[in-house]
Unconditional design. Structure first.
Length: 171
């Protein structure tokens, strides 16, 4: 019985060890990690408010000439889009719109008409409240392509002429 008794005790210990190792084995499985990046744009910076200026400069009130100007984006703002995003802008008629965009002198009804274009060649006018596509080479620093042209027609009342436009971006 001694030899058989030892065998009885060894068998349960051996089986117990095999069960313990199987119980300690960790199962392995895979899982998926995903993210979706959607197209978008953002205007960010330290200087909110005015997006930029279009300044035609100072001229004599008796001048007769065409004056061109380029939009200067506020250096405190940055416009950025997801690379490859189709970006559009529309610009309203401004605060002095009649049948064209106008600059107006303060405290008077005098107007000076101007037009906006989407390139320095001044061939394609930016219509009022209609989308115009914007092309860009640097998605992290997009500059709006806005160019202005006004026609000075001779004697014009002295003063500072202004207008305020709203630009709407869509993508």
């Amino acid at each position: 019985m001694g030899w058989l008794g030892k065998q009885k005790w060894r068998l349960p210990l051996t089986l117990g060890w095999a069960v313990s190792q199987a119980a300690w084995a960790l199962p392995t499985q895979t899982f998926q990690v995903t993210a979706s990046i959607v197209a978008g744009c953002v205007v960010s910076g330290t200087s909110p408010g005015v997006f930029g200026t279009l300044n035609f400069g100072s001229w004599s009130g008796v001048e007769t000439r065409t004056v061109n100007a380029s939009f200067v984006q506020n250096s405190g703002l940055t416009l950025a889009c997801t690379p490859g995003t189709t970006l559009n802008m529309s610009i309203n008629g401004g605060t002095n719109y009649t049948s064209t965009r106008n600059l107006k002198v303060a405290n008077n009804t005098n107007l000076v008409a101007y037009r906006l274009y989407n390139s320095a060649s001044y061939t394609t006018e930016i219509p009022v409240n209609q989308n115009v596509g914007i092309t860009y080479s640097n998605a992290n620093n997009i500059v709006l392509p806005i160019y202005g042209r006004l026609q000075l027609t001779g004697p014009t009342r002295a003063g500072t002429y202004t207008d305020t436009l709203t630009v709407t971006l869509s993508w």
